[in-house]
Design a protein around this ligand. Structure first.
Ligand SMILES: [Zn+2]
Length: 340
């Protein structure tokens, strides 16, 4: 199989990309990575055969106070506007349903899928989730580093006064948020979330839960990665993990130049063997810490397909890994939302 020819046909979708904030290089210009540090822009996506990407309105954890929540929601809404602006060019368009993503692909347009990273962005106001959805957001990452009003994080922030646990998993508000996300057709993302909260969310959600950007703890033992029990819970709820390209999550102590595409695909292989191919996907976390030798920016994405072909994956399997599985989850969430 010709990997490059196959890659060109795929609806290759990256489930987690950050954007520079408050300002950065133009999304529509090809910024030299070594000068600007930017790993994703439209020309790089096109050069790398990337057809779609989830772009996160990321909010760092701050004080769990009305002022802290106000600042967080303001930032998230402004970032969603900026992400929407990336889709207002003929060659890129905001696509926030599975059908719209596939239609963009058919039309040769790059699909921009908005998302929100860190439930801190809604503070204690469930109504903000509807405002995020109205701006196209298709998933909410329940936490970032640090506990918030919804859930415990895998990485407590001692500098913010966090103890090991705040809620014992999800808070009551967090449980309500999961119900509201289901109602809105937004996916529940457990990347960054504590093990307890992740297992609770997987049990509670009416739709499949996913980790949009995490690696496997059995291969790289950091709290941020998903362990075997979490993997099994993601499989049992018909969800998935999207392996991510942050070097220190791929290999213990890993740095960009010491981690390879082969190391990354080892994580894919692990989940395929344990849970099945339907429960794995691909994410870069570019512009948020992701990138290593061989997959330094979006233009090099074909190297992953080449490694998957080398390991014996077939065309249909590679298409599922590169987005097909994630589209299945989006559809499940859309059907559940429609059903009320
Ligand atoms: Zn993240």
């Amino acid at each position: 199989m010709d990997a490059a020819a196959l890659h060109a046909t795929l609806l290759a979708l990256d489930t987690h990309i950050d954007i520079p904030w408050p300002s950065g290089p133009d999304f529509f210009a090809d910024s030299p990575r070594d000068q600007t540090g930017r790993r994703v822009d439209l020309p790089k996506m096109r050069a790398g055969g990337m057809k779609a990407g989830c772009f996160a309105a990321y909010v760092p954890q701050g004080p769990r106070t009305p002022d802290g929540w106000g600042a967080a929601s303001t930032r998230a809404l402004a970032m969603l506007d900026a992400i929407n602006a990336m889709g207002r060019d003929g060659s890129a368009r905001v696509a926030s349903t599975a059908d719209a993503i596939e239609a963009a692909h058919r039309d040769g347009a790059t699909a921009i899928i908005p998302a929100v990273e860190n439930g801190h962005a809604m503070g204690e106001d469930l109504g903000l989730l509807g405002a995020f959805r109205a701006k196209g957001a298709r998933y909410l990452t329940l936490t970032h580093n640090g506990h918030n009003a919804l859930a415990d994080s895998s990485n407590p922030r001692k500098d913010l006064g966090d103890a090991e646990t705040l809620h014992g998993g999800l808070s009551e508000l967090g449980r309500e948020a999961v119900g509201e996300l289901n109602r809105l057709g937004m996916l529940v993302d457990i990347s960054h979330v504590s093990k307890q909260a992740a297992l609770q969310a997987a049990m509670l959600s009416r739709t499949p839960v996913l980790a949009t950007h995490s690696c496997v703890r059995a291969l790289c033992d950091v709290p941020r990665n998903v362990d075997d029990l979490m993997l099994d819970a993601l499989r049992d709820c018909e969800g998935m993990v999207n392996i991510t390209a942050v070097p220190s999550f791929v290999r213990p102590g890993g740095r960009g130049d010491g981690v390879t595409v082969s190391d990354y695909v080892d994580h894919i292989d692990y989940v395929v063997k344990r849970c099945g191919l339907a429960h794995v996907g691909i994410s870069s976390d570019f512009d948020g810490g992701g990138g290593f030798s061989g997959w330094r920016d979006a233009s090099e994405s074909g190297n992953l397909t080449a490694e998957l072909v080398r390991r014996g994956y077939g065309a249909a399997e590679i298409a599922a890994l590169w987005g097909g599985n994630f589209l299945r989850l989006l559809r499940r969430a859309e059907e559940a939302a429609d059903a009320g």
